[in-house]
Structures are given as structure tokens and as C-alpha cells.
Design a protein around this ligand. Structure first.
Ligand code: HEM
Ligand SMILES: *[C@@H]1O[C@H](CO)[C@@H](O)[C@H](O)[C@H]1NC(C)=O
Ligand SMILES: *[C@@H]1O[C@H](CO)[C@@H](O)[C@H](O)[C@H]1NC(C)=O
Ligand SMILES: CC(=O)N[C@H]1CO[C@H](CO)[C@@H](O)[C@@H]1O
Length: 455
């Protein structure tokens, strides 16, 4: 080979490389221009990177910061913003009420596995008794732990109890059905096979010791569509796991934050205690659920905790079935919309100094302001697909909180350094678990005893 032909070849290679680079650059420019200016949804405001790639929001997802990030963009850009290629998020209350309303019939997006159990879930009349048993078990556990230590990590405590009693409710007849459910629950954390789950579920469903009308699983297996088809085992298994998840982390997280805020706000803790203390007691020493549920101060404190920290991820996505203009922005058909719960709950116009824990917002407020606040308050979603478990969640949250404060006062245990602002930060998209689960609370038995001895 001569020098000439060698350099000629090198020249060719260079040219080809340059050509490829130019081609890519042109394609990139076309892609960026098209994405930013010509797509059906290009006009929706929002971070440019979100229009170019769905991975920009994924990046925050992986860092478990998606909900906060979306809320931050909503403040920065507008009430309706782009978060990924075909996804928008909203903080406009008119748009929210319209999109989630029953009359609109926008489907949940593919993000959800659909729940099929809801029309069939029967909650038996003995539910309050079950809860009282639960409350006693929680207090016993605390009592036993306090014998060895002064402060208790409450997250695992609540997590344990929400598992057990939710599962017992779902299967209704706890004695026969809890073992497979327990195993199922444990399996979720492990590498589990579809096969084993299906086996366990059909095992539980075919347990003939349980009367048909007590076994939700059996009823699901026996359900028939008009054309005679039944639900597949996979479908039922998936529904069961989804429900367990919907019910367990949400309630654990909510209980944890209710206790956290009451522990940090001595004044509200005292007021709640006084209120609970003044309620009429049943024979077992605890007020009835109806009276606890009607107690306004406890309700205001719990609302406040729901507002400040979400029990659910806020990814209530809907694929909208027809285009419409909201807050000046046209949203085309099939785009995926979700209301950012954080943006609603931290809207400074409606909730001035939004990060402050101030239950008075729900107590000493004009009816007009209450109405405005109510419209922005969506911890359990809104309208058509509102949380089906809200009543049960309330039953799991209020009685233990009331019982706890009948017996103890609580404080965040600062001495261990485990409970910090950072450890209490919520992280996640699928769930909204705390960044770190450790949360030491010191429980003091002082309160009522003190009062009794001084009065
Ligand atoms: C404090 C606790 C809870 C919170 C904050 C919460 C929050 C939510 C939210 C925001 C939604 C609406 C999702 C959407 O619109 O796309 C929802 C739906 C749902 N929740 Fe809850 N939830 C809680 C407890 C529970 C419990 C205890 C159960 C079961 C016993 C449950 C079962 C469900 C079900 C089945 C749905 C789906 C409803 C549907 O698709 O129509 N949740 N929840
Ligand atoms: C449910 O089963 C019990 C027997 O365990 C029976 O007495 C009752 O009538 C049944 N209820 C319905 C609605 O089928
Ligand atoms: C708060 O809500 C009001 C009323 O819906 C709205 O006008 C305002 O733009 C919202 N602010 C933010 C920061 O989202
Ligand atoms: C762990 C726990 O609290 N389990 C309780 C669930 O509810 C029943 C009452 O139906 C109690 O007996 C259990 O102790």
C-alpha cells in the first residue's frame, strides 16, 4: 500500500465519521424541535427535559424524589405541567375536580393494577370488636417494651399491627385463613414465585372450614360473568397483593406521622389528651369508636398530619378519554394526568405557611375557608375512584391513637439522634415510606397518673 492510498482511506473514514455526526446532529435537532414545538402536547408548560425524554422524571423517581420534584415544578411553571412524554401533573382544583369526577369516566392509567375486590369486600359487623382487640394488643406490646427500654421505635410496631389486622379483615375468618396470608405477606419481601402465590391463594380459597359467605376468596373464585367466565387465579392473586399494599403502608405511615406531630407539638398533644380523657368510656376503659370519631380536636390533628405527609404516593393517574382545556391549557385525549397531592396540600394561598402544623386551620375557621380548604385536601383521592379503605383506615388510626394518649404522653426521643427531619422525610413513588424507618419515641406514663395524684 502506498502512502497516498493510506491517507486517502483515512480521509474517507474521517468523512464518514463527520457525515454520521452531522446526520445525528440533524436528527437530534429535528427531534428536539419536533418534541418542543410540534407535538400535540408541546404547548403544555414544564421543564424542557421532560418533553424530550420520559427518563428525566425517572431520574427523580430512582432517587425517590418524584412527588416533591413534580410539586416543585408545578410551583415554578404553572398549574398544569408536563412531567414525561405523555404525562401531565395538575395543581388546579377545577381541573382536579373535573378529571376525577364520576361523570367523566376517565380510566385509571396503566400505572394501576385494577382492584376487582371492591364490590365484594364485606366488612362484618364485629369489626369494632376486632379493632378493640387490636388496640389492646398494641398497648400490651408497648407496655412490655417499656419494661426494658424508655423509648420505642414506633414504625415497626405499627407496621406489624397493620399487617395483622388488615389481613384478618380481608379474609374475615382470621383463625383459619391467617397462616397462608402471613406466609404471603412474608413472601412479598422475598423472591417469590407466581406459582406459590397462586397455590396459597387457591389453598386458602378451598378451605371448606370457612362458610362461603365468610370467604372473600371463595366468592371471588366463584364469581361468574354473564358469559359464564370466571376470574383467573392470577387476577385474584394480583388483586389480593394490591389490596394488602394499598392498606398496609398507607396506614402505617399515617399512624407514624400522627404520632410524630403530636409528639412534637406538646400543646396539641395536651389538648387531644384532654379531649379523649373527657369522652365517655365503655366497659373496657376505652371510648367507643363513634365518640372517638366525633372528637373534633383529634380529627383536626389527624387531618393536619394527612395534609403534611401523604399516606399515598399521589400518582393517581388517569388516561383522559377526551381532550379539554383546563386553566388555559388544552390537554389532548389519552394524555395521562395526575393531581400532585403535595402541590394541593402545600398551596400557600389556601394554607398560609403550609409547612406549619396548625390544627386550628380546621377548628377556628370560617365555613367559607373550610370549604376552600376541603377542596384542596385530597389525601384519599377525589370522587370516582376515592379510596375504598378510608373508613377502615380511620378505624385503624383513631382508636389506637386515642388509647395511646389515654395512657401515655409521647415525645420524640432526641437523645438517640435517630429521629431527625431527614429521617422523617418521605421518599418514594410507589409508596411514601419514610427515608429511614427508625423513629424513637419516648413514652411517659406520667400524664394521667400525675393529674390523678395532683387533683
Ligand atoms: C391512611 C390510609 C390511606 C390513604 C392515605 C389512602 C389513599 C388512597 C388514595 C389517594 C386513593 C386513590 C387513588 C386514585 O385516585 O387513583 C386510594 C384508593 C384505594 N384505596 Fe386507599 N388509602 C388508605 C388506606 C386504605 C386501606 C386501609 C384500604 C383497604 C382496606 C385501601 C384501599 C384502597 C382501594 C381498594 C383503592 C382503589 C379504589 C379504586 O380504584 O376505585 N386504602 N387510596
Ligand atoms: C352466612 O353464613 C351463615 C352460616 O355461617 C348463615 O347463617 C348466614 O345466613 C349466611 N348469610 C348469608 C347472607 O348468606
Ligand atoms: C393555589 O390555589 C389557588 C386557588 O385554586 C390558585 O389560584 C393558585 O395558583 C395556587 N397556587 C399554587 C402555587 O399552586
Ligand atoms: C397483632 C394484633 O393486634 N392482632 C389482633 C387483631 O385483632 C384481633 C381481634 O379480632 C386481636 O385478637 C388480635 O390480637
Amino acid at each position: 500500500m502506498t502512502i497516498d492510498s493510506q491517507s486517502l482511506e483515512a480521509g474517507h473514514i474521517c468523512l464518514s465519521i463527520v457525515a454520521v455526526i452531522i446526520l445525528y446532529a440533524v436528527l437530534l435537532i429535528v427531534f428536539v424541535t419536533y418534541s418542543l414545538f410540534f407535538l400535540l402536547y408541546s404547548h403544555v408548560p414544564g421543564p424542557r427535559l421532560c418533553k424530550l425524554s420520559r427518563h428525566w422524571v425517572t431520574f427523580f423517581d430512582l432517587r425517590r424524589q418524584r412527588p416533591e420534584k413534580v410539586a416543585e415544578w408545578l410551583v415554578k411553571y404553572r398549574l398544569i405541567i408536563h412531567v414525561a412524554l405523555v404525562e401531565v401533573s395538575i395543581a388546579d382544583s377545577f381541573a382536579m375536580r373535573d378529571i376525577y369526577s364520576s361523570s367523566r369516566r376517565h380510566e385509571k392509567s396503566h400505572y394501576f393494577d385494577h382492584f376487582m375486590t371492591h364490590n365484594e369486600r364485606s366488612i362484618s359487623a364485629d369489626i369494632e370488636d376486632r379493632m378493640r382487640g387490636w388496640v389492646v394488643a398494641v398497648l400490651d406490646r408497648i407496655e412490655r417494651q417499656l419494661a426494658c427500654t424508655e423509648s420505642i421505635d414506633i414504625f415497626p410496631l405499627f407496621s406489624h399491627f397493620t399487617w395483622e389486622n388488615f389481613t384478618s379483615l380481608l379474609w374475615n375468618n382470621a383463625r383459619f385463613n391467617l397462616p397462608p396470608v402471613y406466609k404471603l405477606g412474608k413472601l412479598i419481601g422475598m423472591v417469590f414465585t407466581r406459582f406459590r402465590n397462586t397455590q396459597r391463594i387457591s389453598g386458602a380459597a378451598s378451605d371448606l372450614n370457612i362458610p362461603l359467605n365468610h370467604s372473600l376468596l371463595r366468592r371471588l373464585h366463584e364469581l361468574e360473568y354473564v358469559d359464564g367466565k370466571t376470574l383467573s387465579s392470577d387476577y385474584i392473586t394480583c388483586g389480593v397483593l394490591d389490596n394488602l399494599h394499598a392498606a398496609q403502608a398507607t396506614v402505617t405511615v399515617s399512624l407514624t406521622y400522627v404520632l410524630y406531630y403530636l409528639s412534637r407539638n406538646a400543646e396539641w398533644q395536651d389538648r387531644s389528651m384532654e379531649e379523649i380523657d373527657g369522652l365517655p368510656k365503655e366497659v373496657d376503659g376505652f371510648p367507643s369508636f363513634a365518640t372517638i370519631n366525633a372528637a373534633p380536636i383529634l380529627e383536626a390533628c389527624i387531618r393536619k398530619a394527612y395534609r403534611l405527609n401523604l399516606g399515598s404516593s399521589g400518582r393517581a393517574e388517569r388516561a383522559i378519554s377526551f381532550g379539554k382545556k383546563y386553566a388555559g391549557v388544552f390537554l389532548p385525549e389519552n394524555i395521562i394526568v395526575s393531581a400532585s397531592t403535595i402541590a394541593f396540600h402545600y398551596n400557600a394561598t389556601v394554607f398560609p405557611s403550609p409547612s406549619m402544623f396548625d390544627p386550628n386551620r380546621w377548628l377556628e375557621t370560617s365555613p367559607e375557608q373550610l370549604r376552600t380548604q376541603g377542596m384542596m385536601f385530597i389525601p384519599f383521592g377525589y370522587a370516582a375512584r376515592f379510596c375504598l379503605g378510608k373508613a377502615f383506615a380511620t378505624l385503624e388510626i383513631k382508636p389506637p391513637v386515642a388509647a395511646l394518649y389515654l395512657r401515655y404522653s409521647t415525645h420524640v426521643d432526641e437523645s438517640t439522634g435517630m429521629t431527625t427531619k431527614e429521617s422523617m422525610r418521605q421518599a418514594g413513588t410507589q409508596d411514601v415510606l419514610l427515608k429511614r424507618f427508625k423513629m424513637r419515641h419516648s413514652f411517659r406514663k406520667a400524664y394521667l397518673d400525675d393529674r390523678e395524684s395532683t387533683s
